[in-house]
Design a protein around this ligand. Structure first.
Ligand code: IPD
Ligand code: CA
Ligand code: CA
Length: 265
């Protein structure tokens, strides 16, 4: 394993400890509202600080894009993309589905990814060209060939009403065409679960780069395909994302383009 991935893992595990300690102590943490249905706690901020401090110590020149503190430009063309707590609403309610997400992007390419689920102590990792692992064991997307046998993950566009109608159209379209749809509330873990073969596919509208950067590389390195909802490569910019095993990806994309006049890219 490359030392840089080890550093990212250390950062993710430290953030995981911050999160589980707060959960175990049932801390009365402060919750602030950032926007409509958008919350941040002291724990998100503390976890982000621990991650940034850890990464900075070894890689002081890299840029950092982190959800709670924004963009800090470095001098090298490498950027850490960090979501310190993906699934904050779940965390606030004690619903045990959230994770830490860290990716490294250099010259426009995702190079390394770590997603850590502190409740299940599951560590998902990938480096470009080197495959993906769950707790150090190789993971692969499913080999399912039929959408009709597939379990899909998704997320609702609960912050921006603009996407609700199109989203509901896709949701209604998938309901009778698969075995089940799950909405657990952490896009990072949803992608990790596509990569580890628990979901056959996942789609969501309007995510942020830090929700998906690490998960994208996990899925790709596990043999899956990631596109925007129109089949293009704009997902990191737009946040409209479709990730699945190659066969299911094709079938999901066809369904989306059948039911939406203009699938968002
Ligand atoms: C959220 C989660 C959720 C998705 C939201 C994201 P946050 O991240 O990934 O699953 O549906 O759109 O913003 O705010 O908990 O870090
Ligand atoms: Ca997030
Ligand atoms: Ca977050």
């Amino acid at each position: 394993m490359q030392p840089i991935l080890k550093t990212a893992i250390t950062a993710a595990r430290r953030a995981g400890s911050v999160i589980t300690q707060a959960m175990d102590r049932q801390d009365h943490f402060q919750v602030q509202q950032k926007g409509y249905n958008d919350f941040v706690t002291e724990v998100d901020k503390k976890a982000e600080k621990v991650i940034i401090d850890t990464l900075r110590q070894s890689y002081p020149d890299y840029s950092i894009l982190a959800e709670e503190t924004g963009m800090q430009e470095g001098v090298q063309d490498c950027c850490w993309i960090i979501d310190p707590l993906d699934g904050t609403t779940n965390f606030i309610h004690g619903y045990p589905q959230f994770g830490v997400s860290i990716a490294l992007q250099c010259r426009g390419k995702l190079e390394h990814a770590v997603i850590y689920d502190p409740m299940r102590q599951e560590l998902f990792t990938a480096s470009r060209g080197e495959g993906a692992q769950l707790n150090n064991r190789r993971m692969r997307v499913t080999q399912e060939r039929r959408l009709g046998n597939s379990l899909l993950g998704t997320g609702f566009p609960f912050r921006n009403a603009r996407w609700v109608d199109d989203y509901v159209t896709t949701f209604k379209n998938f309901i009778p065409r698969c075995v089940g749809i799950r909405r657990a509330g952490s896009a990072a873990l949803d992608l990790a679960h596509v990569a580890s073969g628990r979901f056959d596919g996942f789609w969501e509208f309007d995510l942020s780069t830090w929700d998906i950067a690490a998960g994208v590389l996990l899925v790709q390195e596990a043999g899956g395909i990631v596109t925007d909802l129109a089949g293009g490569n704009n997902y990191l910019e737009s946040g409209h994302i479709l990730a699945a095993n190659p066969r299911i990806h094709q079938q999901m994309l066809a369904q989306i383009s059948d039911c939406l006049e203009t699938p968002p890219k």
